[in-house]
Ligand binder design. Structure first.
Ligand code: SF4
Length: 362
């Protein structure tokens, strides 16, 4: 979703945006309740999400809000959020999935027609990844009148100075887009949907300003009185860096720096060969000093997607640090795992296109 600014300093974001450490919640979870992202510190922070985990334990209903901008093929950065959404869904959350076609238009100039076709492809991806559409509400922003209505109502309580302080000097559409996104997050709380209800929105750290804006709007007396909004909760995950070692993997960074779920084995091989590693200058040096998994994008891909077992990940980290494995072999292993995952995904996705089309055109 929309924010274009970059936040790379976790500590600064935590203090500036009031993000809480998720450690205490993690300590209270066991078994299936503990997602590997929580265990690995990839989902590292939250705003007011203790009540969501309490609701899960007490089997109280809640909604999970998420979305995608239909501007291109589903990429692996979006898979992080999808994994979190599936996790919350498996624990009883009803998913609200927004196709952010208005945001795509306002930010990237993608026409609504073009966005629609891309959205079918993107929705086929999330269905193939395991979204239970029967316990979800999937919609396009441009056709969701209640979201657009909320976005207009919110303008009553936002001054130019307030919004400029958050997003800087922008075209008006970018501000509008932020308010539409706040409408998406609060939609499940309207009484004709689930509301007022508990909601959680898993996001990357760069979305912290949006989270704050939405909570500020939800607490405005006018909206509280009118809609009885409960304060929305958020969880925050680390951002996956671009394959070349840059700060963030995003569609705007260009296709060569990110993996999509539509890679062929040939393109995958080419991209993995170019991934930035924490390897040393020479083989000898690496054998003696070991690699640096902490700065390695290959290791990041393992941490986020391709090594679910904790003992296996720890073993690889140790092998890397002690020079027992070299980057060539490590990349070959990554290629095999990613290839298997993507091939399987593409087969499943093929069978989901009709359903995706039906959902979006109903
Ligand atoms: Fe990265 Fe693997 Fe090389 Fe270690 S061995 S630096 S984890 S690619």
């Amino acid at each position: 979703m929309a924010f274009d600014g970059k936040i790379t300093d976790t500590q600064k974001a935590i203090s500036e945006f009031g993000i809480q450490d998720i450690g205490e919640i993690v300590d209270s979870l066991k078994g299936d309740l503990l997602h590997p992202y929580l265990e690995r510190g990839l989902m590292f922070g939250h705003t007011d999400a203790t009540k969501i985990f309490d609701a899960i334990k007490k089997k109280i209903s809640f909604a999970v809000m998420t979305g995608i901008k239909p501007t291109g093929q589903y990429h692996i950065g979006s898979l992080i959020t999808c994994n979190e959404v599936l996790y919350f869904q498996s624990l009883g959350g009803k998913v609200y999935f927004c196709v952010a076609d208005m945001e795509s238009y306002l930010h990237s100039g993608t026409s609504l027609e073009e966005g629609h076709n891309t959205a079918i492809d993107n929705v086929a991806d999330i269905l193939a990844l395991g979204l239970d559409y029967k316990n979800s509400y999937i919609y396009k922003q441009s056709e969701q009148k209640d979201v657009l209505k909320l976005a207009v109502l919110f303008t009553k309580n936002i001054t130019y100075n307030m919004i400029k302080a958050i997003y800087g000097e922008q075209a008006f559409g970018a501000y509008q887009s932020a308010l539409i996104q706040a409408g998406d997050i609060l939609l499940p709380q309207l009484k004709q949907y689930e509301g007022p209800c508990l909601t959680v929105t898993p996001v990357g750290l760069e979305q912290a300003p949006h989270a704050r804006l939405t909570r500020d709007l939800a607490r405005k007396q006018l909206f509280r009185e009118h809609y009885g909004f409960k304060m929305p909760s958020f969880t925050f995950h680390q951002i996956l860096g671009s394959l070349d070692g840059g700060d963030k993997m995003s569609k705007s960074a260009g296709h060569s720096f990110m993996l999509t779920l539509s890679e062929t084995s040939k393109s995958l091989k080419k991209k993995i060969a170019l991934v930035f590693t924490g390897g040393r200058e020479t083989k000898q040096e690496q054998l003696e000093l070991g690699g640096r998994p902490d700065i390695c994008r290959v290791f990041d891909l393992y941490r986020f997607f391709f090594m679910n077992r904790e003992d296996e990940l720890k073993k690889r980290q140790k092998e890397c640090k002690t020079g027992k494995i070299l980057c060539g072999e490590c990349k070959q292993d990554l290629f095999s795992r990613a290839c298997k995952f993507i091939e399987k995904h593409q087969t499943k996705k093929e069978s989901k296109f009709d359903l995706a089309k039906q959902i979006l055109e109903e």
